[in-house]
Design a protein around this ligand. Structure first.
Ligand SMILES: *Cc1c(COP(=O)(O)O)cnc(C)c1O
Length: 381
């Protein structure tokens, strides 16, 4: 059994994907071609933003957005602690200071009340200038944009939505990757919409950001490639990846997102009496980048993972260490917040196999195994 079964997906979409790839190979145009233009149009239309800029990966997408806002040393950028490292890494890379915010215990996303407290603390106790907040749509669930937007407006912060896992989700009838002043996603193979290598995209409604981002993506170009007007990156998506993503995007919007949600519903129905299952707030749809359950403690979580492994069921711990506990941030002085929820989640979370091609007999087998092992572990404890 695969944790994410990309091979079954390829077999299903093989004809279209192969035709598209060979058309790139025969075209003599490997960068910035028609597939890129088509993909950017389709992505913007799907998400509901005016503009989309594809780029080399989801980490660059975040970095390019912060560069477009000239985020630099002396700036504070608020990020969740319970996320993938890239969200904070790009802030540090630009010399700015990531301020870690705790998670909401139900949604696992950034806790908006703790965000406001941290902004006040930074204003009162440091020289740092609060500039931006990066909410993450963790495991596919859009963050609490209603409250985060109010706070961002009050303190004049820009919102950069990290939708690397959120693509396809929605909140109050708006799609993920449309909530930020700039929003980003990743097409790393394991993400809800993945390519066969690295890839990413940036979304915005703001034409000034769009123009700057297009320049930053290609070495800070001006009116043409050898006119360099700012320091940028080399961060294009290649045509082959765009050619792969177009049929995958169609499958994603036609049935994969729906199937992911059906599978999650099935998991929840079977498991909710035995473990804490994902909480989906009202008017919210998750893209279920992960289906993550919580166990009562670290021991039970670790034993369950081990038992499932012995039965050939892969499971993953996203994330075993919150960012404020990472070695890279060990000498770091800006942990003003208590980050108890992030620490607790990292000890108790376990992600089960999740992809749109999971069959019902596989879901049954996984759930029966989880329940059986939990009963054994709990009776021994
Ligand atoms: C995967 C991921 C990224 C980085 O995307 P890459 O394409 O791997 O660079 C950033 N943020 C989050 C939350 C992610 O899950």
């Amino acid at each position: 059994m695969q944790f994410i079964d990309l091979k079954t997906q390829y077999e299903k979409l093989k004809k279209e994907i192969d035709v598209n790839i060979s058309s790139v190979l025969n075209s003599n145009q490997y960068m910035m071609g028609d597939f890129i233009k088509q993909l950017e149009r389709s992505l913007a239309e799907y998400v509901g933003t005016k503009y989309c800029i594809t780029c080399a990966n989801g980490t660059d997408a975040l970095q390019l957005a912060l560069m477009a806002w000239n985020i630099k040393k002396g700036d504070a950028v608020f990020v969740p602690s319970f996320t993938f490292y890239a969200t904070a890494e790009v802030v540090s890379l630009l010399g700015a200071t990531p301020i870690f915010i705790d998670s909401d215990s139900q949604t696992f996303n950034m806790d908006a009340m703790k965000l406001e407290k941290a902004i006040k603390d930074i204003l009162n106790t440091s020289e740092l200038k609060p500039k931006a907040v990066i909410p993450v749509d963790l495991f596919g669930l859009p963050a609490d944009y209603e409250n985060i937007k109010k706070i961002a407006t009050k303190y004049d912060l820009k919102i950069l939505e990290d939708g690397a896992q959120g693509f396809g989700g929605s909140y109050q009838n708006r799609k993920a990757c449309s909530f930020g002043d700039i929003s980003t996603t990743s097409f790393f193979p394991a993400k809800p919409l993945g390519c066969y290598g690295d890839g990413g995209a940036i979304f915005t409604d703001n034409i000034d950001y769009y123009d700057i981002l297009k320049s930053l993506r290609i070495h800070g170009k001006g009116s043409f490639k050898y006119d360099n007007i700012r320091i940028g990156l080399n961060s294009r998506l290649d045509n082959i990846q765009a050619a792969i993503l177009l049929p995958k995007l169609k499958a994603f919007s036609d049935y994969e997102l729906k199937d992911r949600n059906e599978i999650a519903k099935e998991y929840t129905k079977k498991l909710h009496n035995y473990a804490t299952v994902p909480y989906i707030p009202k008017n919210t749809i998750s893209s279920y980048a992960q289906y993550t359950i919580l166990l009562e403690n670290e021991e039970t979580r670790n034993s369950l993972k081990e038992c499932l492994h012995e039965k050939g069921i892969p499971s993953m711990i996203y994330y075993p260490k919150p960012l404020h506990k990472q070695t890279v941030y060990k000498d770091y002085n800006f942990n003003l917040n208590e980050l108890n929820v992030a620490e607790d989640l990292s000890k108790r979370c376990l992600s089960l196999p999740m992809h749109p091609y999971l069959r019902s007999e596989q879901i049954d087998f996984i759930c029966q195994s989880v329940i059986k092992e939990l009963l054994v572990i709990r009776s021994n404890g």
